[in-house]
Ligand binder design. Structure first.
Ligand SMILES: Nc1ncnc2c1ncn2[C@@H]1O[C@H](COP(=O)(O)OP(=O)(O)OP(=O)(O)O)[C@@H](O)[C@H]1O
Length: 455
C-alpha cells in the first residue's frame, strides 16, 4: 500500500506543486483547502504524513499539529510557513511538528522532508524500541530525561541542552543523535569555548582556496562534515557575536557560505546546542543574540545536577567503572565497597558526573584488589593531603648524604628505577596502569624502562 500524504493549503497551485513533487516518490496525495476539510479527511482515513499551511481560511493549521498528535498511529506533521515568519515555524515545532517548509517551496527540500516524515511515521508504528543510550540512572529524574531524549529524537528542530558542567550534556546530545533517523550519519561535536575566536568561522563553515594567506586548498567546515547528521555546539554561549550572526543565517537558510566562496552551499544538518550559562542573562547583557537564542531554544532538555538525584550515584559509578574496564583484555572492574559508596554519596560532587568519574579514576589507581575500599575514595581535600604526604615521602627518600663520589644523575636514576619498580609491582606488571599511577604516558614509561635498562 502506498503511503498517504495529506496536503492542507488553501491555494490550489501550492497543492498541485506539492502533489506533483511527491507523487513520483510513491505517495498517494489527499487534498484539503480548509481546516474543516482536513478534519473530514482525517476522520475518513489516517494519512502517513500531513503537510499543512498555518494560515487557513477557517483557522490556524497549528490546530492540526496538536490534534494529530493524539491520533494512533500518530502521523508525522510538517508545516508550511510564509516567507520571513520564523516565529510560526518555531511555535509549530514546539507543538510537535517535526519540521517546516518555508514559501516559496524548494522542491528538493520538499522531497527530503516528505521522505524523512514517512520514515518517522514508520519508525513510530514499529515496536517501540528501548532507547539505546549510555545514560544511566533509575531515578524519576533520569527517566524523564531519557523519555525526553526519545521524544526530541523524532524531531528535526534544534534542541538546547542545559545543565551544570559535567551533568552529561554531550552524552544526551549523542543519545539524541543515536535515537534519530540521522544515526547512520556523522555526529560532530564542537566545543565553541575551545576554539579561538578568529578560527571559529573557518572551522564551522570552511574556506575556499585563496580566502586568506595560507588557504592553499579548499577546506570543508564542520557543518559539511556533519552532512546528513548532527552538529553539536557545546558551550554555545561562548560564541562571539560575529559568528553568531553567521550561525543564525545557517540555521535560517539551511545553507552555509565558506570563507572566500561566492555561493552558498545547502547543508542538511540538525543542530543541537548546550550551555552551562544562563543564555537569557547573556541575551540581556548583550553578549548573545536574542534571535539566535530563540532559534536554538526550540526544544529543551535540562539535566539535573547530580546532587539532585543522589540515589543514582551507585548505578552511575558502577557504569563508569564498567566502561573503564570494557576492553577485551581488561580485568573485571573493581567493586565499590559499601564504605566507598557511602563516601561517594556524602561528597558534594559539584563537578557532577565528571567529578565522580575523576574520583573513581583515582580510586582505581590506588586500589590493588577487586574491591575499592572507602579510604581510596578521595575528594579534593583528601586528595591534596595524600599528595602532599606522598611528596614528603619522596623528598625523605631522596635525603642522601652528599659529598665523596656522589653523582646526582646516578642517584636520580636509582630513585626513578625504584618508583617504576614499585608501580609495576603494585599493578601486577600492567604498564598502562603503572604509567597512570606515575602520572606519565605509557610511551614515556616504556622509554624510561628501556633507558634505565630495566627490561
Ligand atoms: N547519566 C549518566 N550515566 C552515565 N554516564 C554519564 C551520565 N551523565 C554523564 N555521564 C558521563 O559523565 C561524563 C561527563 O559527561 P558530559 O561530557 O556529557 O557532560 P557535559 O555536561 O557535556 O560536561 P561539560 O559541561 O563539562 O562539557 C562523561 O564521561 C559522560 O559519559
Amino acid at each position: 500500500m502506498n503511503p498517504v500524504l495529506l496536503i492542507v493549503d488553501d491555494e490550489p497551485s501550492i497543492r498541485e506543486l506539492i502533489g506533483l513533487t511527491v507523487e513520483p516518490l510513491g505517495f498517494e496525495v489527499r487534498e484539503a483547502g480548509t481546516l474543516a476539510e482536513a478534519r473530514q479527511a482525517l476522520a475518513e482515513e489516517a494519512p502517513d504524513l500531513i503537510l499543512t499551511d498555518l494560515r487557513l481560511p477557517d483557522g490556524n493549521g497549528m490546530a492540526l499539529v496538536e490534534e494529530s498528535a493524539a491520533l494512533r498511529p500518530a502521523p508525522a506533521v510538517a508545516v508550511i510557513t510564509a516567507y520571513g515568519t520564523p516565529e510560526s515555524a518555531v511555535e509549530a515545532m514546539r507543538a510537535g511538528a517535526y519540521d517546516y517548509l518555508s514559501k516559496p517551496i524548494d522542491t528538493n527540500r520538499l522531497r527530503a522532508l516528505a521522505q524523512h516524515g514517512l520514515r518517522l511515521t514508520q519508525a513510530a508504528s514499529a515496536e517501540p524500541e528501548e532507547l539505546d543510550s549510555d545514560l544511566v540512572g533509575q531515578s524519576a529524574t533520569m527517566d524523564a530525561v531519557r523519555s525526553r531524549v526519545a521524544r526530541v529524537a523524532r524531531s528535526e528542530a534544534p534542541v538546547l541542552i542545559t545543565g551544570e558542567s559535567g551533568t552529561g550534556k554531550e552524552l544526551v546530545a549523542r543519545s539524541i543523535h543515536k535515537a534519530s533517523l540521522r544515526a547512520r550519519h556523522p555526529f560532530v561535536p564542537v566545543n565553541c569555548a575551545a576554539i579561538p575566536e578568529h578560527l571559529i568561522e573557518s572551522e564551522l563553515f570552511g574556506y575556499h582556496k585563496g580566502a586568506f594567506t595560507g588557504a592553499a586548498t579548499n577546506k570543508k567546515g564542520l557543518f559539511q562534515e556533519a552532512e546528513g547528521g548532527t552538529l553539536f555546539l557545546d558551550e554555545v554561549g561562548d560564541l562571539g557575536l560575529s559568528v553568531q550572526a553567521n550561525l543564525l543565517r545557517a540555521l535560517q537558510e539551511r545553507a552555509i557560505r565558506p570563507l572566500g566562496a561566492t555561493r552558498e552551499i545547502p547543508v542538511d544538518v540538525r543542530i543541537l546546542a548546550a550551555t552551562n550559562k544562563d543564555l537569557e542573562e547573556e541575551v540581556e547583557a548583550g553578549r548573545f543574540r536574542e534571535d539566535l537564542y530563540y532559534r536554538l531554544d526550540v526544544l529543551q532538555i535540562h539535566l539535573p545536577a547530580l546532587r539532585e538525584h543522589p540515589e543514582d550515584i551507585p548505578e552511575i559509578a558502577t557504569a563508569l567503572l564498567a566502561r573503564r574496564f570494557r576492553r577485551r583484555d581488561d580485568p573485571p572492574p573493581p567493586i565499590l565497597s559499601p564504605g566507598a559508596l557511602d563516601r561517594l554519596r556524602a561528597m558534594p560532587l559539584r563537578g557532577n558526573v565528571r567529578e565522580l568519574e575523576n574520583i573513581l579514576e583515582r580510586a582505581v589507581s590506588l586500589t590493588d584488589g577487586d574491591t575499592i575500599p572507602a579510604e581510596n575514595v578521595q575528594g579534593g581535600r583528601e586528595r591534596a593531603a595524600s599528595e602532599a604526604e606522598a611528596a614528603e615521602e619522596a623528598a625523605a627518600a631522596t635525603e642522601t648524604p652528599m659529598g665523596g663520589g656522589f653523582q646526582l644523575d646516578h642517584h636520580l636514576a636509582e630513585v626513578e628505577r625504584g618508583l617504576i619498580r614499585q608501580a609495576l609491582e603494585a599493578t601486577g606488571g600492567n604498564k598502562t596502569a603503572a604509567a597512570h599511577r606515575l602520572g606519565v604516558s605509557l610511551r614515556s614509561l616504556r622509554y624510561r624502562i628501556q633507558k634505565l635498562g630495566m627490561e
